[in-house]
Design a protein around this ligand. Sequence first.
Ligand SMILES: [Mg+2]
Length: 308
Amino acid sequence: MKGISRSKFRGALIGSAVGDALGAPVEGCTMEEVSSVYENGWELKSGRYTDDTEMMIGVAESLIEKGGFDGTDMARKFIRNYHAWRHYGPGTRAVLKRLKAGEHWEEASKRVFNGEGSYGNGAAMRIAPIGLFYHDDVDTLWDIAYKASHITHSHVLGKEGAAIQAYSVALALRGQREGMLSYLGARIKEGIYRAKISKIEQLLDADRKLLIEELGNGEAAFNSVPTAIYSFLRFHTFSDSVIYAVSLGGDTDTIGAMTGAISGAYYGEEAIPPEWLSALAKAEDEGRKGLRYIEWLGDELYRIKFKI
Ligand SMILES: [Mg+2]
């Protein structure tokens, strides 16, 4: 556990929530629209997060309660935590409805999108706790990321995206920023991800327009997970990475959340701007799960992982 601190566990989860909340007001906007909304600075106005964080909380709660992955329990947590106003995608809504009606978690997600399952980024956006919990065993991490994705996203490209995001969080937690791309490259099986991850290095000076053309900023996992990894690797502070991710427009809350998870795991909670943390705390004052609760989830995952 060399260099792996409680602060980095907290950082990954809080970072994810902060990135989500920063992207939430501009979800679906163009690059130009995002810069006009944030023209007076990158203030986190309400601290209100979306489905990304609500589901990430469910993943963490289930790992903590069960001491590891349990698909039935995780599905239950998703259902219990669900609030329609957090902007869930239609595919996830349909699967949650099936789960609630009693369908098994290994079956429900296969029924959507004409039986093909979803390759959206809805599994990758919530996967950070799995990256933390299984950071020291990549075979298990990959396998559990696939299973945890399957609860709502059964298409292989949805699962592979979640596994790549989980592994990126683990590598960041372990301080393996250098070499991250080759570690990922050695593991990735799906061609579209291999192609995009292999382009990241040569795009590090690209302008936003080219970057969006090459890596994407959309809701498909393969159009957003590589973009989040890129946003982390291009910059050297938590806020620069997350602001950049959101500035691209498109699926801003999710790309922000995934960039925030990787960056938070790398830099730790102290690197997150205090005014963003207080905005997240404000969301808690409304009687909801906010900063303190998410910090507690990070602490518990750390405690259980290291048996302390
Ligand atoms: Mg969202």
